[in-house]
Structures are given as structure tokens and as C-alpha cells.
Design a protein around this ligand. Structure first.
Ligand code: URP
Ligand code: ZN
Ligand code: ZN
Length: 465
């Protein structure tokens, strides 16, 4: 197959070039002449991007009390594909009392035969056990080299500082990395109890119990411990301007730190939580924005975009963790609303529109933060994350011309709403190839999607910027 006439855009730059694919791989990039019998796909006027890499999603996640996310690996990865993401790195989760191997095994069962993107796993630990130090090495053998710990969610998943140190020392010995959910769980708990005592139960109070200072505090505390252990660590779903400034300082100091942010923190803001005392549809709408960390003031966004552009933040994942409106409505107070929002399909379109088209990101930086940097950090490069001879033919044809407005009915996920409804979008994912297979045509996933493959991750490249 020859993908002809597009502007090939990778982290290294943008240029007019054709891409020849043989089987599952790219074999040539340059000015190429079609061969007799070769399929030719015209990409004139379009960007040709490396398949997107989703660094942060929760598919088929059980959240207790019988609650499971609306998207499993079938619906979630189909939506990802429609949005130009060809690899997802989901959070396999170890639940209390389990070994890491058991958590990983269950996630393999969830994904196998259902995923239609390629996929890899981080291993999220809901506690830290001394025995895990040895188990981390087994995970590396099994192709998992990134882990997650929570400094929030007290009484369920939060770990203590001594456990953070032990985990980071074990990880440093292997050269793996740990992503941290940075919010101070103890203080959040106190603020939540205070609001509930005042009968403040609406979603309006969610961000008031999780101020940005608590993300910054957790991030700085983590940084001190990680520096002591000289350990790779990364901040998942960084949400606030003051946190981005701390990351910049820590990286300048030589910390082995990278950071991920999410589209919701770049384009949505805390006005989504409405007003105190909301009821009915207004309260339900506010609940769709209940995620942690919460949305921040719009004034934070310029700093986050600048941090993404200047290398302080290296990649963008969506933290896709979808629930239906019914699931969101069932809770009796803001602190029991299931946390999370959908977004896996819109990552490239949002980053292109509000990043590239708005002049905040160069096209090359767009490719870096949506694909190459995650491939490098999670040990998938150069098979994934670039367009070069020998790399997998995961290719996205992004047409910059169409203008449209987000409506959930046009998306492909398994939920029933999107927090991005009503946003104007510039450009559209037109075609997607996964290891050479033409899986999205004219913006729609084809009927018989081939199954995705499990990807074993190598060790992180902490030098990404
Ligand atoms: O609200 C969120 N982010 N839900 C998913 C779990 C997490 O903390 O990433
Ligand atoms: Zn988290
Ligand atoms: Zn998450």
C-alpha cells in the first residue's frame, strides 16, 4: 500500500512524503512512485501521523459495589481507533490482597479477543506490600515496566510515604517507573467530611475539597522521596498550573521526573461544576465532571499549554474512565459519584484544534505529545510512535479542513454523554491503519476489525522532553 501526497508529521518534523507499507510495517518514506498493482491511498492536504498512543485509560474497571466502567476493551478501543489512537496502555489493577500477577492476568482476560487497538499495561497497585518488591521483577518479565500508586483515595488505595519510598527503591533497582496520582488524600478526606457535615452534597463541592494546592503538595513530597531513591517517576493526569511550575523546577534540578496531562485540563474548566444547590439535570451535568483531580480555573490552561509546548509536560493521556449518566446519578453525594469521564476518542482532535490550529503546539510537538514520547517512555519505540522503515504501519490520516461540533451521538464509546459536547473542532481523523490494516475509512471504523496485539513494554527512556 502506498499512502501518497500527505504531510508526514512525526516528533522529528513535518514534510511532504509518501509512505510505503508492506504487510504490517512501514518500508519506505520519501518521494515514491506507485508500483503496478499497489493500493494507493491519497492523503493530499492531510497530515500523516504516527498512530496515537493513549497513555492513560481505565477500561472494564470494577470500582466496587458492582460498579464497572461503561467501556470495556471492545467499545473503548473501537472509540480510540476512530479517534486516531492505535495503541492503548490501560491500567491493569491489583486489588487488595491480590498479587500483581493476578491483577495482570485478569486484565489479559479482559483485553484478549476484544481489543481492536494494540495494547499494553501499566500495573496500578491499590496498596503496597513488601512482597511486591520482588513481584515488580516478574512484571518486567511479563512486559509491564510502569506502575501506579495513589497518594489520594484514603481508606481505599492511598499509600503512605514510607511505602512510596519502598516502592520507588524497588522500581529504581529495576529501572522501571511509577506514575503517581498526586493529591493529598488525608487533607481531602478532612475537607470532604467538613462539607458533608454542612450538608453540602452537590457536585459543586467536589473541586472545593480537592484544591490545586493539594496536588502541588503531593507532587513536591513525592519529588523529595523519589530524589532520595534516584527513581524514575511520573505524574499522571497533572491538572494545575502550580503543579506544572513545580515539575519544571524539579526537572531543572535533575529529578528523574516526567509528566502527563489530559485534554480535560487543557480545554475544560471548573465552571462545569455549576452553582451551589443545583438539582435535577443541572446537578447531573455537574456530576459528569466529577473526576480526580477536578477541573481547574480556566486561567490555568495557558500555563499547561506552555508546559506541554516547552517540554515540561511530555505526553497527553485522557484518563478515559467512563460511566453512564445513570451511574453518575445513582450516588447520594459528590464524594460517592463514580470518578472519571470519557475522552479516548477526542484526544487527537482536541489537541489539534486547541493546540496546533490555535498556534500553541507545532505539528511536530503534536506528534510528540500524542505518540512518540509515550512510546519512548513506555518502552515501545521505535516499533510504535514514529513513521520510519521498520516501524509498525500504525498511521493516521488527519484532514485539517472539516469543522464540526462535538456531539455524543457521533462518537463510538459505550457511554451516553461527553464532557466535550458543544466544543468546536477543526479537522478530523479520516483514515487509520493498524499494522497495515485499513481499520478506519472516512472517519468510521470498518465492520470486521482485526484484533489488537498485546505489546510487551521495554524499560522507560527518562530522557524524553
Ligand atoms: O477521576 C478519575 N481520574 N478516575 C480514574 C481513576 C484515577 O485516579 O485515575
Ligand atoms: Zn489517578
Ligand atoms: Zn486514571
Amino acid at each position: 500500500m502506498l499512502l501518497r501526497g500527505g504531510t508526514v508529521t512525526t516528533a522529528a518534523g513535518s514534510s511532504r512524503a509518501d509512505v510505503r507499507v508492506d504487510g504490517e510495517q512501514v518500508v519506505e518514506v520519501g518521494e515514491l512512485t506507485p508500483r503496478p498493482g499497489e493500493d494507493v491511498v491519497d492523503a493530499t492536504g492531510c497530515l500523516v501521523l504516527p498512530g496515537g498512543i493513549e497513555s492513560h485509560c481505565h477500561l472494564d474497571l470494577e470500582c466496587g459495589l458492582g460498579l464497572v466502567t461503561a467501556d470495556d476493551f471492545a467499545t473503548g478501543t473501537r472509540a480510540a481507533l476512530a479517534g486516531g489512537t492505535t495503541t492503548v496502555i490501560d491500567f491493569a489493577t491489583q486489588f487488595h490482597g491480590e498479587t500483581l500477577a493476578r491483577g495482570l492476568e485478569r486484565w489479559h482476560e479482559k483485553a484478549a479477543g476484544k481489543a481492536v487497538t494494540d495494547y499494553a499495561f501499566h500495573l496500578a497497585m491499590t496498596q503496597w506490600q513488601p512482597s511486591f518488591a520482588a513481584e515488580l521483577a516478574d512484571m518486567v518479565e511479563a512486559g509491564v515496566t510502569s506502575f501506579k500508586l495513589y497518594l489520594a483515595y484514603r481508606h481505599s488505595m492511598m499509600v503512605e510515604d514510607d511505602e512510596v519510598l519502598a516502592a520507588l527503591q524497588a522500581s529504581a533497582a529495576l529501572g522501571t517507573t511509577i506514575g503517581f496520582h498526586c493529591e493529598n488524600g488525608r487533607v481531602i478526606d478532612a475537607l470532604v467530611q467538613a462539607e458533608l457535615a454542612d450538608r453540602h452534597t452537590g457536585a459543586y463541592y467536589h473541586p472545593r475539597t480537592r484544591p490545586a494546592e493539594l496536588e502541588r503538595e503531593a507532587l513536591v513530597r513525592l519529588g523529595v522521596i523519589a530524589d532520595l531513591a534516584d527513581a524514575n517517576h511520573y505524574i499522571v493526569h497533572l491538572s494545575a498550573a502550580q503543579s506544572a511550575r513545580e515539575v519544571r523546577t524539579a526537572r531543572a534540578r535533575g529529578s528523574r521526573l516526567v509528566a502527563e496531562t489530559c485534554p480535560q485540563y487543557l480545554v475544560l474548566d471548573e465552571s462545569a461544576y455549576g452553582v451551589p444547590g443545583a438539582t435535577g439535570d443541572a446537578e447531573l451535568a455537574a456530576r459528569t465532571a466529577v473526576m480526580s483531580p477536578p477541573l481547574r480555573p480556566a486561567a490555568d490552561q495557558d500555563t499547561l499549554w506552555a508546559a506541554l509546548a516547552d517540554g515540561t509536560i511530555q505526553f497527553v493521556g485522557t484518563d478515559h474512565c467512563s460511566f453512564t449518566l445513570e451511574q453518575k446519578a445513582a450516588a447520594d453525594a459528590f464524594n460517592t459519584v463514580p470518578n472519571g469521564a470519557p475522552g479516548i476518542e477526542l484526544r487527537l482532535a482536541l489537541l489539534y484544534t486547541y493546540g496546533v490550529a490555535a498556534g500553541r503546539l507545532t505539528p511536530a510537538r503534536f506528534a510528540a505529545v500524542t505518540s512518540e514520547n509515550a512510546a519512548r517512555y513506555f518502552g515501545l519505540y521505535p516499533r510504535k510512535g514514529t513513521i520510519a522503515p521498520g516501524s509498525d504501519a500504525d498511521l493516521v490520516v488527519y484532514d485539517p479542513a472539516p469543522r464540526w461540533t462535538v456531539r455524543h451521538e457521533d462518537l463510538h464509546d459505550g457511554t451516553d454523554h461527553t464532557p466535550y459536547a458543544g466544543l468546536a473542532i477543526q479537522g478530523k481523523v479520516r483514515d487509520v491503519f493498524l499494522r497495515g490494516a485499513h481499520v478506519v475509512r472516512a472517519g468510521e471504523p470498518v465492520a470486521d476489525l482485526p484484533r489488537g496485539q498485546f505489546l510487551r513494554c521495554g524499560l522507560p527512556d527518562p530522557t524524553i522532553s
